[in-house]
Design a protein around this ligand. Structure first.
Ligand code: DX5
Ligand code: ZN
Length: 224
């Protein structure tokens, strides 16, 4: 089992102060910086592209975890690798040629991630796990921050954890969406080891460091 990691999502950051916000997250011990790329087609929302990855690369040294919510992601893999992505995750639903996309990510020298939406059967991971550094279960419908964690995700996390231990124990199990102080402990207990959090990290309630510390305490007390 991989170690517990927290991956703040810049989707919830203050873009007027992006460099300072991601530097605060990195100095507070964020393990990965999660970057949500949305194209307005695969998901209803448009966010940002490779230029935001490049800005983050210039600001921090922690690995950039780039989550591509775009159709036919193979068209842009090289751009994101050049911009400084360390991990690139594509959606199983977004390409007819997933195996090729995963190979391309590896050839570009990046770590390889595959994501599934909440209703997508997990079976794709049985085939894909040997190729993966990161397996991502969406715990909300992708497209927006600040949504509610879908409770049935917990069974999916536990199932995927079993397969990871059998097939590729070095693979990270990441979850994304609705991770906050109410949900993080059960998710870690079910077997998630990379917890993405946007609105629970970048908010007006407390500092980035305080938020990260609180989430880490809850997750590490609960993790397997
Ligand atoms: C949703 C994105 C998430 C989002 C999470 O489509 O992939 O990474 O930023 O936001 P919160 O943590 O606010 O649910
Ligand atoms: Zn994401």
């Amino acid at each position: 089992m991989q170690t517990l990691k927290l991956a703040p999502s810049i989707l919830a950051a203050d873009f007027g102060n992006l460099a300072a916000q991601v530097q605060d997250a990195a100095s507070a011990g964020a393990d990965y910086l999660h970057i949500d790329v949305m194209d307005g087609q695969f998901v209803p929302n448009i966010s940002f592209g490779a230029i935001a990855v490049k800005a983050c690369k210039e600001a921090v040294d922690i690995p950039l975890d780039v989550h591509l919510m775009i159709v036919q992601p193979e068209r842009y893999l090289e751009d994101f690798a050049k911009a400084g992505a360390d991990i690139i995750t594509v959606h199983a639903e977004a390409t007819a040629h997933g195996h090729r996309a995963l190979q391309q990510i590896k050839e570009l020298g990046c770590k390889v991630g595959l994501a599934v939406n909440p209703l997508t059967p997990l079976d794709v991971f049985k085939e894909a796990l040997p190729y993966l550094d990161l397996a991502l279960i969406m715990t909300v419908n992708p497209g927006f921050g600040g949504q509610k964690f879908i409770p049935t995700s917990l069974n999916r996390i536990a199932q995927l954890r079993e397969w990871i231990e059998d097939i590729n124990p070095n693979c990270d199990l990441e979850i994304d969406g609705g991770v906050n102080s109410q949900t993080i402990a059960n998710a870690a207990l079910a077997g998630a080891n990379v917890l993405v959090a946007g609105s629970a990290v970048f908010n007006d309630k407390a500092s980035i460091a305080t938020n990260l510390e609180g989430l880490r305490d809850l997750a590490s007390n609960a993790s397997l």
